[in-house]
Design a protein around this ligand. Structure first.
Ligand code: URA
Length: 216
């Protein structure tokens, strides 16, 4: 085991989240074996499981590095994402890119996906049925990626990933685990929220510095 892995294990253990190394060695835990990336993206692009397929321009699968250590999970595509077919490419995405660079990370470290792969009309919140239909696509992305950490961006992502309804301010700053594979999961503000509430950018920056530190 390399020195950096030993250090990382020590640090994660001190924070009560020493499970990711074991998980990386384990088989994916979903009942169905994951497809490869290309196959999964093709399946998603043809998806008609819920009514959102009727109003989308295209599906929004994910972007970033398929070997990324950090997985960011947002809510659902907006208008620009629907147009380009990529997550977080609108104004919120531009702020997200700045935050990522600001804490010394790069897109090489990151893969970004959403709870939903299709844009809800007028950017309304995803409903429970849509989330349920889309859930295994995200699970398969997680299984393929096997990230070291997941960061839930915003209340909707956090609530759906953790199955809780706790306020975002209370969810921030603690380590949780995602799914049966127990991937460490942290929660921070959605960049669109930060555009509306710039006073909270400093708190978001604290969250991100912690994430960057955990990845070192
Ligand atoms: N907001 C999200 O949650 N996801 C996107 O891809 C864009 C905006």
């Amino acid at each position: 085991m390399s020195e950096s892995v030993v250090q990382q294990r020590h640090y994660l253990k001190a924070m009560g989240i020493d499970l990711w190394l074991e998980r990386r060695e384990a088989q994916p835990s979903t009942g169905s074996s994951p497809k490869d990336w290309q196959n999964l993206e093709q399946t998603v692009s043809a998806c008609q499981r819920c009514e959102l397929h009727l109003c989308r321009k295209q599906t929004v699968f994910g972007r970033g590095t398929q070997q990324a250590r950090l997985m960011l999970i947002g809510e659902a595509p907006g208008a620009e994402e629907d147009r380009q077919g990529l997550p977080f490419v609108g104004r919120a995405g531009q702020l997200l890119d700045k935050i990522i660079m600001g804490v010394g990370l790069s897109m090489e470290d990151i893969y970004i996906a959403n709870i939903l792969k299709c844009r809800p009309p007028n950017n309304r919140d995803p409903n429970a049925a849509e989330v349920a239909q889309c859930k295994d696509y995200l699970q398969q992305q997680v299984d393929l990626l096997q990230p070291q950490l997941i960061l839930a961006l915003g209340r909707i992502a956090a609530h759906n990933l953790l199955n809780v309804t706790t306020s975002l301010s209370r969810l921030r700053g603690s380590a949780y685990v995602f799914g049966q594979t127990k991937i460490p999961l942290w929660v921070s503000y959605h960049p669109a929220y930060l555009l509306r509430n710039p006073a909270d950018k400093a708190r978001a920056y604290e969250d991100w510095l912690k994430i960057a530190q955990l990845l070192k």
